[in-house]
Design a protein around this ligand. Structure first.
Ligand code: BG6
Length: 470
C-alpha cells in the first residue's frame, strides 16, 4: 500500500451542523440559526425573526457541545489521527463586530482541543464554515461590506493566538468557491437581503479572498509552524461528449467554478480567464493595489477540497437528462449511479481530480470531505448494516491510493459527517453520513444516543492498516 506512514486519517464536521447550544454561554445567533428545516424538495426557509415554536435544526443539532467528550472518545476508538471541526464565529464574537471575545466560547474550544490532544488527535480547524454571526448579515450584508474583512481578521487573530500551541492545521473558509453561485449569497458570503446582484456577489467574494490571504499572512507571523490551507467544493466536470462544443463549455465552467478561487489562493493572483468572464457578465470589481499585493503574499500552504460526486457539462444542455449534486447538478452521466439524494457516485473521478489538482498546484492536497448521505435502517437489535457506505468509502480510498501511486502528494482524508449530523443542504437528519449513529429525526425528536454502525468497525480497520482496503 502506498499511504504514507503519517497519513492523516479522520473525519469532519461543522459547528452549525453538530454543536447545537445555539444561545448558550454567551453565543450569539448565527445566520444558520435563522434557517428552518427542509427536505429534498423544499428550500430551507430563512426567517429574520426566530420563531421558537418552529424547528431550526442548528439550535440543538446533535448537541456536540455537551457530548464532545464521548464523541471524541469514539473518534479515538476508530483511531482518528485528525478531526476536522469548525469554530462557531458567534460563539467567540456574538455579533461579529465586537473587539473583545467571549471567554466562555474560547474556553469551549480549549476543552475540545485538550480532549483531542488526550488521544493524540490533531485538530484541523475551519475558521469559518457557512456561519457568519447574524448581526454581520443584518448590519453589513456580510462580506459585501469591506469592513467585514477586519472583523474576520480579528476573529482569526483571536483564534491563532489562543490556540497557538494546540492547533497546527487551519482552513480559512469552507468551500469558498460557493461564492461564484447565487446560492452562496447567504450561506457563505453572509448577504441576507435576498437580492442576487452578481457584481456585489463577486465583490464580496473578493473581500473573502483578501481576508483569507491576510489571515494566512497573520497566522504565519503568529506561529511559523502553522499550516494554513484553502478549502473548495470540487465539482468534477466531464464534457458530455467529445463534441468540441461540449469540451469547451466544460473547460469554461470548470475554470470559473473549480479553478478560480484556488488559483487566487494558491498562486496569489486573479487568473487570466476571469477578466473575460467579468467583462462578459458586466462585473466591475473594486480591487485596490494593496489587495492585489496581499493576495500575492498570503498564499496557502496546502490545498483541501470536498469531493462527493461528478457531473457532465454540455454546450447545449437543453433536452439532456439532468442530475442533482452538491451545490448544483448538471447533465446526467449515463455511466454512473446516483445516491438516494441524486448525487452521481464517481470514485475514479477522485483519482482524476487529485491528479488534475496536483498537476496544477504542486502543493500538498487533502480530501477534507467525502462520504455517502444515505438513509440507515436500524435493526431490532440496534445494529446498522451500512454496507453501501463502506462500499462508497472503500472505492474512494482505493482511488486515493491509486493517485498516491500516480505521484500525488496527498496528506490526509477526513470523511464528512463522521458522526451523523444535520444536512447542510436540506437540514435533514435522515441524510446520514456517519460511522456513528445519532438518535434524532427530521422533526428534531430523539434521545441523541450515539451508537456504532458497521462502518465504524470497518473504518477503524482502514486506519489500523493505513488504508489496506483492496
Ligand atoms: C459540503 C458542506 O458542501 O457538503 C457541508 O461543506 C455539507 O457543510 C456537505 O454538509 C454535504 O452536503 P449535505 O447537503 O448532504 O449536507
Amino acid at each position: 500500500m502506498t499511504f504514507p506512514k503519517n497519513f492523516l486519517w479522520g473525519g469532519a464536521t461543522a459547528a452549525n451542523q453538530c454543536e447545537g447550544a445555539w444561545n448558550i454561554d454567551g453565543k450569539g445567533d448565527s445566520i444558520p440559526d435563522h434557517v428552518m428545516g427542509g427536505n429534498l424538495n423544499k428550500q430551507r426557509e430563512f426567517t429574520k425573526v426566530i420563531d421558537l415554536d418552529k424547528y431550526y435544526p442548528s439550535h440543538e443539532a446533535i448537541d456536540f457541545y455537551h457530548h464532545y467528550q464521548g464523541d471524541i472518545a469514539l473518534f479515538a476508538e476508530m483511531g482518528f489521527k485528525v478531526f476536522r471541526l469548525s469554530i462557531a464565529w458567534s460563539r467567540i464574537f456574538p455579533k461579529g463586530d465586537e473587539s473583545t471575545p467571549n471567554e466562555a466560547g474560547l474556553d469551549f474550544y480549549d476543552r475540545v482541543f485538550d480532549e483531542c490532544a488526550k488521544y493524540g488527535i490533531e485538530p484541523l480547524v475551519t475558521i469559518s464554515h457557512f456561519e457568519l454571526p447574524y448581526h454581520l448579515g443584518e448590519k453589513y450584508n456580510g462580506f459585501a461590506d469591506r469592513r467585514v474583512i477586519d472583523f474576520y481578521l480579528n476573529f482569526a487573530e483571536t483564534l491563532f493566538k489562543r490556540y497557538k500551541n494546540k492547533v497546527k492545521y487551519w482552513l480559512t473558509f469552507n468551500e469558498i468557491n460557493f461564492g461564484t453561485l447565487p446560492m452562496g449569497n447567504r450561506h457563505l458570503l453572509g448577504i441576507i437581503d435576498g437580492v442576487d446582484d452578481v457584481n456585489r456577489r463577486y465583490q464580496a467574494l473578493h473581500h473573502m479572498l483578501v481576508a483569507s490571504a491576510k489571515a494566512v499572512e497573520l497566522g504565519h507571523e503568529i506561529n511559523p509552524e502553522f499550516k494554513i490551507g484553502c478549502m473548495l467544493a470540487y465539482i468534477t466536470m466531464y464534457p458530455l461528449s467529445c463534441k468540441p462544443e461540449d469540451v469547451l463549455a466544460c473547460q469554461q465552467m470548470n475554470q470559473v467554478l473549480n479553478f478560480f478561487c484556488g488559483d487566487v489562493q494558491v498562486k496569489g493572483a486573479y487568473p487570466f480567464y476571469m477578466k473575460k468572464y467579468f467583462a462578459d457578465h458586466g462585473i466591475t470589481l473594486d480591487t485596490p493595489q494593496e489587495d492585489l499585493e496581499i493576495l500575492k503574499k498570503g498564499t496557502v500552504d496546502f490545498y483541501t477540497f470536498s469531493y462527493y460526486m461528478s457531473t457532465c457539462i454540455a454546450g447545449n444542455p437543453e433536452g439532456e437528462d439532468q442530475t442533482g449534486g452538491n451545490l448544483f447538478g448538471g447533465v446526467k452521466n449515463p455511466h454512473l449511479e446516483t445516491s438516494e439524494w441524486g448525487w452521481q457516485v464517481d470514485a475514479i473521478g477522485l483519482r482524476y481530480t487529485l491528479n488534475q489538482l496536483y498537476d496544477r498546484y504542486e502543493i500538498p492536497l487533502m480530501v477534507v470531505e467525502n462520504g455517502l448521505g444515505a438513509i440507515d435502517k436500524i435493526e431490532d437489535d440496534g445494529s446498522i448494516h451500512d454496507d453501501y457506505r463502506i462500499d462508497y468509502i472503500r472505492k474512494h480510498v482505493i482511488e486515493m491510493d491509486n493517485a498516491i501511486q500516480d505521484g500525488v502528494d496527498l496528506i490526509g482524508y477526513t470523511s464528512w459527517g463522521c458522526i451523523d449530523l444535520i444536512s447542510g443542504g436540506t437540514g435533514e437528519m435522515a441524510k446520514r453520513y456517519g460511522f456513528i449513529h445519532v438518535d434524532k429525526d427530521d422533526a428534531g425528536n430523539g434521545s441523541l444516543k450515539r451508537s456504532k454502525k458497521d462502518s465504524f468497525t470497518w473504518y477503524k480497520k482502514v486506519i489500523e492498516t493505513n488504508g489496506a482496503v483492496r
